[in-house]
Design a protein around this ligand. Structure first.
Ligand SMILES: Cc1cc2nc3c(=O)[nH]c(=O)nc-3n(C[C@H](O)[C@H](O)[C@H](O)COP(=O)(O)O)c2cc1C
Length: 247
């Protein structure tokens, strides 16, 4: 076994939090390559690595952000005007999700309380009233400027492997995210950008048998208060299942 340092792993892993305010400072290509290389040290099903990464920076990043923001504001009606807004949006089509519709659906009942707790704590921390939909929408729209990050990574997975490809991508992303953290870079995985895969495809050569899983914004953290938010973390007992009560 090669030499490694593991004694500070728990505090290192626990010190990572999603970053939602970035400096525009560019990230050298070598660093982007290094963290992708670290991502690729993760386990993978039969070592097939059924994932692809599109690195959006500079003018590509700006074009995609502009496109996403314009689509997001185009579906404002749907969010603000109920059924009438939905009808208008369907007729107009612009802004409606073109991929991963699942994201727009309500969370399943058993997971909803966790999501609600997260939302409540997050919005209260950044001083937004839960009932202030306009302010919440404005905060969400920051996703489409990648929170100011100079780089957005779009992670695609091989369609035929379904959840096994998604699992490989998750393992890859976490290694990449921790690698970025070790270099003083911030990240935020973003399901928010997964709903308009067609826009990303317009910028990159993506084979047909791959589909967009999510984005990850990447950059040096800014000093916004939002970056000090610490999401609550489940204890192991929250996910370890009990034994069956055998008679
Ligand atoms: C697949 C995935 C998609 C996510 N999408 C978003 C997103 O669109 N916008 C956002 O602000 N955070 C997003 N997050 C970040 C989660 O909200 C965050 O990881 C969670 O609240 C735990 O907080 P932590 O990362 O600071 O530990 C996403 C996380 C994952 C894993």
């Amino acid at each position: 076994m090669k030499d490694f340092e593991s004694k500070n792993f728990s505090s290192f892993a626990a010190s990572r939090h999603s970053t939602r305010d970035f400096l525009s400072t560019p990230i050298p290509d070598e660093i982007i390559h290094e963290i992708i290389a670290d991502g690729l040290t993760s386990p993978s099903w039969s070592n097939t690595r059924p994932i692809l990464v599109a690195v959006a920076k500079d003018d590509v990043r700006d074009r995609l952000s502009e496109e996403f923001l314009s689509r997001w504001f185009a579906i404002k009606d749907v969010r603000e005007n109920g059924i009438l807004g939905k009808i208008k949006a369907v007729l107009r089509r612009r802004g409606l999700p073109t991929s991963n519709w699942l994201i727009t659906k309500p969370y399943p009942k058993d997971l909803l309380p966790r999501s609600k707790k997260q939302g409540k704590e997050f919005f209260s921390f950044i001083g937004i009233d839960r009932d202030d939909k306009a302010a919440r929408d404005k905060a969400w729209a920051r996703n489409y400027d990648f929170f100011g990050a100079p780089v957005e990574l779009f992670v695609f997975t091989h369609k035929s492997l379904g959840k096994f490809a998604a699992s490989d991508a998750g393992l890859f992303m976490q290694n990449l995210i921790l690698s970025a953290h070790s270099k003083g870079l911030g990240t935020c995985p973003q399901g928010a950008v997964a709903i308009w895969e067609d826009a990303v495809r317009k910028e990159f050569e993506i084979p047909k048998n791959y589909s967009l899983l999510c984005g990850i914004c990447l950059g040096y953290p800014g000093d916004g208060k939002i970056n000090s938010f610490e999401a609550n973390r489940l204890k192991p007992s929250g996910i370890i299942v009990p034994l069956k009560n055998k008679k």
